[in-house]
Unconditional design. Structure first.
Length: 185
């Protein structure tokens, strides 16, 4: 018996493709316009939250992060900062597993709290890695160094986790999964 079902593999592929392509195309534009690294976090952690709810298997979010990284490098080979998000997807995967999928997605308030907390923490990890290893010193000075950069990414993670939690709760309240599962046989 396979660990991942066909639908779960499809969800990983779709999530990774969305994250990799949307991040590669739009995040650099928003960063150049605002100087804020928020859109990359918003996209990534919204997708990871939805995937954690949908798939609920250890390793799936890590796979999304690795595939999204490959897509990102294929489109923007110079964007090595995305490796911070690869690490963040591993952190998100591990923490969501530790929190327990059934507990995390049992009630709307719990879903929101866990989605926001895990996304914010994972984004801080991404920001810390990006700030420490990939940002030139001059770029960090105005933002409070690595800690400031991690904080900026945390804001994006908070927004992405909030959006992901809202989407999960909307899908659950509309019984989208029950309808899908009932009509897919």
């Amino acid at each position: 018996m396979a660990y991942l079902k066909t639908r779960e593999v499809a969800a990983i592929a779709i999530g990774a493709a969305l994250w990799g392509v949307l991040n590669s195309l739009f995040s650099p534009i928003v960063f150049r316009l605002t100087g804020l690294p928020i859109l990359c976090d918003l996209i990534g952690f919204t997708i990871l939250t939805l995937a954690a709810w949908w798939i609920r298997k250890l390793g799936s979010l890590t796979a999304i992060g690795i595939i999204a990284t490959a897509i990102n490098f294929a489109i923007n080979p110079q964007a090595i900062i995305f490796l911070g998000f690869t690490a963040a997807s591993i952190v998100y995967d591990a923490i969501s597993r530790l929190a327990g999928y059934e507990y995390a997605f049992k009630k709307p308030r719990t879903t929101m709290a866990i989605a926001v907390a895990v996304s914010t923490l994972s984004a801080a990890v991404a920001g810390s890695i990006i700030g420490a290893f990939f940002m030139p010193g001059q770029a960090l000075v105005g933002w409070g160094g690595v800690a400031g950069w991690a904080g900026l990414h945390s804001v994006g993670g908070l927004i992405g986790g909030t959006l992901g939690g809202v989407l999960v709760n909307m899908l659950v309240s509309r019984k989208a999964v029950a309808f899908y599962e009932a009509n897919s046989h």
